[in-house]
Design a protein around this ligand. Sequence first.
Ligand SMILES: [Zn+2]
Length: 119
Amino acid sequence: MPSSNPIETQICPRCGGGLAVLFGATPLTFECVECDFRVFDSLPDYAVVQVTQLNTPTRAITGTPGSARQPCVGDMGCILMKLSDGKKLAYEVECVLEDGSTAWVATFEHSELSIAAAT
Ligand SMILES: [Zn+2]
């Protein structure tokens, strides 16, 4: 199980304060140390996620030539990285096909993803 320390990388979208893990909460929950903002369902690094909706039908992707395509609802992927612009979290997710090629690496909003399994 890869250890991650999301505390240092997550910023409250409301006030810019740090987010700390709320102990014992399921799913993983972060609470702002400055205000009462909570992220109830922030996705852990390396989690396996499923695309549940596409807020942006077409987005910038990279992938293996010949296999690269746009993400579809129902695709499964693995979170590579969490991105934050200081206001909102986004997730860089990779979808690997059975032959080992990459269908897409793309950035998603949290509302587009649901967690399938935490590794
Ligand atoms: Zn805050």
